[in-house]
Design a protein around this ligand. Structure first.
Ligand code: GCU
Length: 599
């Protein structure tokens, strides 16, 4: 069951935005760089009052020639939205701090039967949003969507003055925290839309296949719809291709339904069948494309539609290395997932944060399984209750946006967090919360491995709560040489599916030497050969891997002046998109596995 997200109107997140009446605010926005946050705090470091004339969300036009204005927006300073600022101008390459974005636009006012919202696909990291001098709200979290209703009467037909304060400063008590192995791209990195909806509208919905019926001739599709307010009326659910049209009566803010279906074609990586689903209520109508499948763990196996699967994965950062920018939208998703397909992969681990919405939609259509993750990464402030709430909010926003995507089979609550009591308590809370929000998918996290008297030991206490045991290991890169894999012994405490969520080695694309030479493509190739031979000797609960990583990516931690220069080069594709030698080792292994698991 996927928990409905019925919340008070102010808090809810509108899903399936692209299926609604939208006006895009993408394009050129004017900006002011404000590292001292002068536009937000006065000289006594007090937050400026809403009507403070020197606040950067208020008009920058002098009243007359004597008027003193010390801020202003001009076409001389333009940033493209959506796109991180780091990749748009060399002065932003290393910038972390506040940038004010401003957009002036005309609008069609909503009718008396409509509401209008402003929706952001994501802003990294914190956003304060103002319209015509009024604060609409604030959102914290760099990789999940949010929206604010525009109060009736605030929107004008002409010259609306929209201002967003974006701050990507890293802070200890945020998610992620101060240290990460990826570049902290800042800005309005995803789409911005005005969304017009009926007064009573469908906020969210779930339509999915009941697990128990997956093998039955007659299958059960179940679901629910949540409205923004309590109402009563008839909800119609249609799946035209299956000649389904059924009614559900609702008398509150939620309607539930269950439909018996014959001749349903299940969604699989080989045949990723998607059905058009139409939900219509008295005032609203939404269309989505949904795949029906089940995923579960049975003993040491992962079952997709009740059949054991092997995950031929690869990790992906949300980045287009050729343009050194955050990825966003369908074209970028096709590029990244197309590379994964070239690898014979059937699964991607979207590290280490929720990627943009296009990724899971394209994965749905390409038949690629997805691991989706919140950036509870490394040394989070685990003892801080506020930080746990921030993590829970990001988890809810991730699950609420994508829970109708068949490709997503795993929600991950974190990566490589250090084992101690406060951390395991914190992470257990997230596992429980994730399962409460959506118990139709597997819950995981990248756990810790440690060496006990020469044996690679997996006994991370968090493993007792997750559905699968996933670990990152770098035997032969961060310890010893790849030949150490030959006599590696592994001990796994849990009788659950064992998945290697990372393994990898760096190589500077085009640098060739003998295989013992660190940073050469030959070393990385040797690493993959030894690692794959070791995987073939794994215990029988080994269900797959997602090596680190598809593409070289920008990282502030990698400063070898010859072989890194601010890049983590563990990619199987280099920064220019060329395949390294190790690419072919993994591709061949996956082709071999695919042949051996074909029925
Ligand atoms: C870690 C971490 C990655 C990091 C990788 C590396 O496992 O999860 O985010 O980039 O190792 O060291 O390259």
């Amino acid at each position: 069951m996927i928990l409905s997200f019925a919340l008070s109107a102010q808090q809810h997140l509108i899903t399936n935005v692209t299926g609604r009446k939208t006006v895009s605010l993408n394009g050129d926005w004017q900006y002011i760089v404000d590292p001292y946050e002068t536009g937000f705090y006065n000289y006594r470091w007090q937050e400026r009052a809403e009507n403070d004339r020197e606040a950067y969300w208020n008009s920058d036009v002098p009243d007359n020639k004597t008027d003193r204005k010390e801020h202003g927006y001009t076409d001389e300073y333009i940033l493209k939205v959506p796109q991180d600022w780091n990749s748009q101008d060399s002065k932003f390459l290393f910038y972390e701090g506040t940038v004010w974005y401003k957009k002036t636009f005309n609008a069609k006012l909503p009718s008396a039967n409509e509401r209008i919202y402003i929706h952001f696909g994501a802003v990294n990291y914190q956003a304060h949003v103002y319209l015509n001098g009024k604060k609409l709200g604030k959102h914290t979290g760099g990789f999940t969507p949010f929206n604010f209703e525009i109060p009736r009467g605030l929107l004008k037909e002409e010259n609306n003055f929209l201002v967003v304060k974006v701050d990507n400063k890293r802070l200890k008590d945020e998610i992620p925290t101060l240290n990460t192995d990826w570049w902290n791209y800042g800005g309005i990195t995803r789409d911005v839309n005005l969304v017009t909806v009926p007064n009573t509208f469908i906020i969210d919905y779930a339509v999915y296949l009941e697990k128990a019926s997956v093998n039955a001739k007659q299958k059960t599709i179940t679901g629910w719809v949540v409205f923004n307010e309590a109402a009563s009326g008839d909800l119609t659910i249609e799946i035209p291709e299956l000649k389904i049209k059924t009614e559900a009566v609702y008398k509150s803010d939620t309607a539930r339904f269950s439909i018996q279906v014959k001749n349903l074609q299940l969604w699989t990586p080989e045949k990723p069948k998607l059905y058009q689903v139409i939900l219509s209520s008295t005032q609203d109508r939404l269309i989505d494309k949904i795949g029906f499948r089940t995923i579960e763990v049975k003993g040491k196996q992962i079952l997709l539609n009740n059949e054991a699967i092997f995950l031929r994965g690869i990790c992906i950062h949300e980045e287009i290395p050729q343009e050194i920018r955050r990825a966003n939208g369908q074209r970028d998703a096709l590029q990244l997932l197309g590379q994964a397909k070239e690898l014979n992969a059937n699964m991607v681990r979207l590290a280490h944060y929720p990627h943009n919405e296009a990724m899971a939609k394209v994965a749905d259509s390409l038949g690629i399984l997805v691991w989706s993750e919140i950036p509870v990464y490394w040394t989070i402030d685990f003892a801080n209750a506020d930080v746990l709430n921030k993590a829970k909010l990001q988890l809810k926003e991730m699950i609420q946006r994508d829970h109708n995507r068949a490709s997503i089979i795993i929600w991950s609550v974190g990566n490589e967090t250090p084992v101690h009591e406060a951390r395991t308590r914190f992470m257990r809370e997230l596992v429980i919360r994730a399962r409460a929000l959506d118990n139709t998918r597997l819950i995981s996290a990248a756990l810790e491995v440690h060496n006990v008297n020469g044996t690679q030991t997996i006994d991370d206490p968090l493993g007792q709560y997750t559905d699968i045991v996933s670990v990152n290991e770098y035997l032969g890169w961060y310890g010893g040489l790849p030949s150490n894999c030959r006599n590696a012994k592994w001990s796994v405490k849990y009788d659950k599916p064992l998945f290697f969520s990372e393994t990898g080695a760096e190589a500077l694309g085009g640098f060739h030497a003998d295989s013992l030479t660190r940073w050469s493509e030959e070393y990385q190739e040797w690493y993959y050969r030894e690692q794959i031979d070791m995987m073939k000797r794994m215990p029988d609960n080994y269900v797959g891997m997602s090596p680190w990583i598809l593409n070289d990516f920008r990282s502030p931690r990698r400063n070898n002046p010859v072989y890194q220069e601010g890049w983590n080069n563990k990619g199987l594709f280099d920064q220019k998109g060329n395949k390294k030698k190790a690419f072919y080792v993994l591709k061949n292994y996956y082709a071999e596995v695919e042949r051996s698991t074909k029925h």
